[in-house]
Design a binder for this molecule. Sequence first.
Ligand SMILES: [Fe+2]
Length: 192
Amino acid sequence: MSEERAEACAVLLRQARAMVDADGTGEAALEKIKGLLVGLANRGEALFSKDDYAMPDAHGRNHVLALEDGDGMGLYLTIGLPGKEAAPHDHGIWCVNAAISGREVHRFYRRTDDGSREGYATVEEIGEVTVAPGQGMTMSDHAIHATAVVGDEPAIGLALYGYALVRFPAVVWFHPAFSSVRVGASRRAEAA
Ligand SMILES: [Fe+2]
């Protein structure tokens, strides 16, 4: 099964690469890639057996499924325990998610200040998607989302990012209650 899984993940990366090269990473292209990823996630436990992936000790954890060579995309199996939450943040790079099991709510935001004050930011909520089996989500390069695993089973899914996590840009974290923003460390430079 692991060989079949590795092949299926490699095929997904090749297909996604062909789409990105042909159509870029705009909304329409990411929607197409989402279709591929939902299709892969729909193969479920038969391809992604829970026995093959360690659960998180707390919150969440990621397992590498397939990586492109060079500075390419990364495909991960993600696990979030019930109740895991993340405050609004911007990854700086596009991503597409699909669920194998469980449910995670993604709330989307847009920044409403002009970015001119250091450490200050305001955001407003603009939408919500629940990632559950058969239902994925896409985020463009600077989309902002907050996440929450809902229900009482872990959210297990697939995540395809425009860069591998080890070469991730700085993640920007927003704190709406305090109108504040802080920028995490970028892994781009050390990986170059
Ligand atoms: Fe995120």
